[in-house]
Design a protein around this ligand. Sequence first.
Ligand code: NAD
Length: 432
Amino acid sequence: MTANSPHNPTTAVGSADSSEFESALETARRQLTHAASQLDIDSNIVERLKYPAKIHEVTVPIERDDGAVDVFIGYRAQHDSVRGPYKGGLRYHPDVTHDECVGLAMWMTWKCAVMDLPFGGAKGGVVVNPKKLSAGEKERLTRRFTEEIRSVIGPNRDVPAPDMGTDAQTMAWIMDAYSMQEDETTPGVVTGKPPAVGGSEGREEAPGRSVAIVTRLVCEYYDRQLEKTTVAIQGYGSVGANAARLLDEWGATVVAISDVNGAMYDPAGIDTAAVPSHDEEPEAVTKYANNVIPNDELLTLDVDVLIPAALGNVITKENAEAIAADFVVEGANGPTTSTADSILAERDITVIPDILANAGGVTVSYFEWLQDINRRAWSLERVNDELEVEMQAAWDAVRSEFERRDITWRDAAYIVALSRIAEAHEARGLWP
Ligand code: NAD
């Protein structure tokens, strides 16, 4: 095995030395050059991909409830659209920056390509603490932000989705603001909407479902029976709880789950349906637990599969030597630092990267976009069946590179993504 590409998108967390962490943009560029170094592709294409196509910076004035006007900064970074319209989340967070949007947009380019979706990567957001906005202020901010970026988004241009601090309601406001100004109802301008206005069944569960599917596939590949597999999952939110419940349903033994306050641990197996997810009752895991252990201890439990599904940078050089699982399936974005990634590779611990494992979210977003364009809703069963097909296809493509080149699964995923993007650039050429 070779050392993995680096992988840490978010601000440093935990107790590890901050020099271990890098920005989303540094990470995305390193991933690009690392994958490119293992491929025979035109260096001019790699040079082009180091930069976003466009970055839109806007100011968003809103009237607060007390009548004062506040102005917020908003961004939409559009990285590469060679394979289709830009696609990526919009976050409302005080730490949103220009460079973070660019890095995360690049990341979305790789994620869409590894899933072979006809989209390129984008990311955006507003520098604001959404917890300090009333519902009315959040709606006015969203509508005005939509107007400021209206000319650069659209079903065939750039399709935003929810991210940190935004949700289905936010997407419904964007869809409404865009539709009112364009004078036609345009559900395909955003994904992650409520089903009543063109949202897809199964969208919310999709990232967790893809994590569970990939866990099942990795067990099959390494001749492990799911019925004899133990799993520990950090985080019991949209990703963690959905993955936990599916794996439990499919026969695996989920021995640990956690929330921000600690982890529930039961070596005999947890009844995952009986514990409320973050969405159903925030931070309830520890409340329902008989046996609570710290989150750090969950990460080093001697289980078959470890699924970090809470936040970034939790597997670091401080704890990588202590990870006892055979497989790490990345549910969160960027849970493993690049230093930790190299340590895990040296220790022969298999890491399935986030751009494959949690890509069910953007894949069902693609299904939502298809449904909106065709004005035809799919059943939940169809969504889940098609997600299974897409995950299997992506897995097969990544597995093939993994076997052919004797590299890590992360490198294999980036190579699949970059090969597809480079091929499209070569076919289209550089204009003029
Ligand atoms: P969520 O808010 O639904 O749940 C987060 C869970 O993590 C909660 O159970 C919370 O208690 C727990 N948590 C928070 N801080 C923690 C800490 N310090 N230690 C341990 N647990 C902690 O979030 P989510 O949507 O499930 O997202 C989780 C991760 O997955 C994030 O990295 C996110 O970027 C990524 N992700 C989410 C989606 C999506 O569509 N929801 C898609 C792809 C990737």
